[in-house]
Design a protein around this ligand. Structure first.
Ligand code: NAP
Length: 248
């Protein structure tokens, strides 16, 4: 298992040395119940992007945990906005991570799930056209399905005039997709928080001050404040912190 830039645990138990991928995977784990995990990276001062993209925040340690979390999930949930803006590719994992999945009785690749109210989605987009597993699109009944989309994805209606996320997640679980990893973006996170569907937040804090301008990792209408207990703190040699918060 690769080590790369050393990442060590600080809390609750400091690790004796750098954590390899097996140790990191064990720390994040796959809970034994249906679970929605969010994964975001932010600057110290709370920015969700640098120059409009998350890439400016994401160093090697974040990329490593990002890949590991993909390895651990049944489905990767992403908002259409982030899919379009960040130029998502089809979800691919290297042979080592596919081997890990096979050894743990999982499908070789996680299923991509796209949340879109408008269905402004291009079936030729690489995330659909090159997908190793047929993606799922969660949408609302009154959205017009673009030609060709049902050739490359299962389009699932959940809600009449808006996407009912609780219904959508229940449908994913009905398909055996229990461990959900959501990579955002901010509007989807805000809506999932408002619906009280978030079980875990994995937050990488990049050692950067982005300054005023960029948004936060959450967006949309205000909702109730929710408490999420801290579960672990990891630190990489370059000062990146990786925080994991989860419900009991
Ligand atoms: N730092 C990070 O970790 C991170 C992670 C992800 C994204 N980002 C950044 O966030 C920005 C994108 O944010 P964004 O404001 O576009 O938010 P977003 O949540 O990525 O996308 C919003 C769009 O996604 C769909 N969507 C989201 N929530 C929905 C809901 N509850 N119901 C129905 N559709 C929903 C809608 O698509 P339709 O228009 O198709 O209806 C909506 O217009 C980019 O700059 C990206 O780089 C950063």
């Amino acid at each position: 298992m690769s080590v790369g830039m050393p990442i060590a645990a600080l809390w609750p138990e400091p690790s004796a040395g750098p954590l390899d991928d097996a140790a990191l995977a064990a720390l994040y784990g796959r809970p034994d119940r249906p679970h929605l995990r969010m994964n975001f990276v932010s600057s110290i001062d709370g920015a969700v992007t640098v120059d409009g993209y998350s890439a400016g925040l994401s160093g090697e340690p974040d990329k490593r945990v990002f890949g590991l979390l993909r390895m651990l999930c049944d489905a990767l949930v992403v908002a259409a906005g982030t899919l379009r803006h960040e130029g998502y590719r089809a979800v691919r994992l290297d042979e080592r991570r596919r081997g890990w999945r096979r050894a743990h009785g999982l499908a070789e690749y996680p299923t991509l799930v796209v949340v879109s109210g408008s269905l402004d989605l291009d079936p030729a987009h690489a995330a659909f056209a090159d997908a190793p597993v047929r993606p799922v699109v969660l949408t609302r009944a009154d959205a017009a399905v673009p030609p060709g989309l049902t050739d490359v994805a299962d389009v699932v209606t959940c809600g009449a005039d808006r996407v009912d996320l609780a219904t959508g997640l229940a449908e994913l679980r009905r398909r055996g997709l229990d461990q959900l990893l959501c990579e955002g973006g901010p509007h989807l996170f805000g809506a999932l928080t408002a619906a009280d569907l978030v079980d875990e937040v994995c937050l990488t804090v990049a050692p950067l001050l982005a300054g005023p301008g960029p948004g936060r990792i959450t967006a949309g209408d205000p909702g109730p404040v929710r408490h999420l207990p801290l579960r672990h703190v990891l630190a990489a040699e370059d000062g990146t912190l990786m925080l994991r918060y989860a419900r009991d």
